[in-house]
Design a protein around this ligand. Structure first.
Ligand SMILES: Cc1ncc(COP(=O)(O)O)c(C=O)c1O
Length: 390
């Protein structure tokens, strides 16, 4: 490995036939002639330090139950990562181990709203947010993002109206999957003021925070002041940036000692347990993964720009805003005349699998989400299949 080379980790040389051997949902959900670019996992492997940590755990045959709620090595690794990458000093006493990010979100919906209550989401949004709300018997209160001339923005006026109407929980996705925004300090400050004024709790899902492209930066919502911090549950995981989605370990940073006690009061079985392999992988990623992550960000920004050039040249009817964060592109296909679910046309006619925009809630019709966490060659093939479908 030449760490000074142009592609030190071989991201552009991943091989499709090896990818097709993978057991993951991404590669198993569709027949083998379909090229998958839907669920949020990358084709780019993980950091070498993670592979070593996992190999050591496998060699130890360390397959028992993981520790519950407190994993000191993970807490230390995460606090170091948050300080280095987000200039965020995290109090280790506020850090808890969870099985995954979505479970944290569900526990807060169950714990801090009642059946029938509204829960506010900024759509289009990672669709399990919507499922988590309805499955808990609550009602999604959808506030669609506003499309300006150069980016998606939060609709602060409508958000305030939903808070004023008595909805007391906001699920914030920042960076925002699927629209690719890393909200700025001033946007988040304006939102934070509203949550304080209307006494709204916030779950800040910041799982994509390590995947922000310069010059954008990740601003942790809790960093906006003590009043904001005390009402916010922040959720993180190494799983998106380091490609570990099946290993099950996430980090919750609670806003107060009382919220920590709330988490502890929920039974082990209801909380769901993290896995040892997930914890070991996350510790390695957060501690030793920076060099790989930096190279990944360079690669992904390059593929993102390659996608922009390919779309402009070959599928000009598609419009999009180049994302500031995530390896997900939110493509407006309404100009192609393919109806509300262009995903099905691309799948049937082009044998390429994107995520259907409709699933992401209000504002999603006519869109697809394309996962560009891959090589330039595979990206070009994805676009070729779009062209073939048309
Ligand atoms: C915004 C967001 N939150 C949560 C998740 C899932 O995280 P977990 O598997 O830890 O529940 C994803 C996965 O794509 C995501 O994009």
């Amino acid at each position: 490995m030449d760490i000074h080379g142009a592609d030190p980790f071989g991201f552009d040389t991943v091989d499709l036939s090896s990818l097709r051997q993978l057991r993951s949902m991404k590669w198993r959900a569709y027949p083998p002639d379909v090229l998958p670019a839907w669920v949020a996992e990358m084709d780019l492997g993980t950091a070498p330090a993670v592979v070593s940590a996992l190999s050591e755990a496998v060699a130890r045959q360390d397959f028992g139950y993981a520790v519950d709620l407190q994993a000191p090595e993970l807490t230390e690794a995460f606090c170091g990562f948050a300080a280095r990458r987000f200039s965020w000093p995290v109090d280790p006493a506020r850090v808890f181990l969870l099985r995954d990010v979505m479970r944290g979100l569900e526990l807060w919906i169950e714990g801090f709203t009642r059946p029938g209550d509204g829960v506010v989401v900024t759509t289009p949004v990672y669709y399990p947010f919507l499922h988590a709300i309805t499955e808990a018997g609550r009602v999604p209160v959808q506030v669609p993002a506003v499309c300006t001339s150069d980016r998606w923005e939060l609709d602060l006026e409508r958000l305030e109206a939903t808070f004023a109407a008595g909805n007391t929980l906001l699920l914030l996705c920042n960076p925002h999957n699927p629209v690719g925004r890393a909200y700025t300090r001033s946007e988040l400050t304006a939102l934070a003021e509203l949550t304080v004024r209307h006494d709204v709790r916030v779950v800040a899902d910041e799982i994509h925070a390590p995947l922000v492209y310069a010059p954008a930066v990740h601003v942790p919502f809790v960093s906006l002041g003590a009043e904001v911090a005390s009402r916010t549950l922040t959720l993180h995981s190494a799983s998106k940036a380091f490609n570990l989605a099946g290993l099950h370990a996430a980090v919750a940073v609670v806003g107060s000692a009382a919220d920590g006690s709330h988490l502890e009061s929920i039974s082990y079985r209801r909380r769901g347990a993290a896995g040892i392999l997930g914890i070991e992988a996350s510790v390695a990623a957060f501690t030793y993964g920076d060099e790989w992550l930096d190279a990944l960000l360079v690669h992904l920004a390059g593929v993102r720009d390659h996608l922009g050039a390919e779309l402009a040249a070959r599928v000009p009817g598609v419009s999009w805003f180049s994302p500031e964060a995530t390896y997900l592109a939110w493509l407006d296909c309404s100009g192609l005349g393919l109806g509300p679910s262009p995903q099905s046309v691309f799948l049937e006619e082009g044998r390429v699998a994107f995520s259907d925009g409709v699933a992401f809630g209000d504002g999603g019709a006519g869109f697809v989400r394309l996962n560009f966490g891959t090589s330039r060659a595979i990206l070009s093939e994805l676009v070729s299949r779009m062209v073939a479908a048309l």
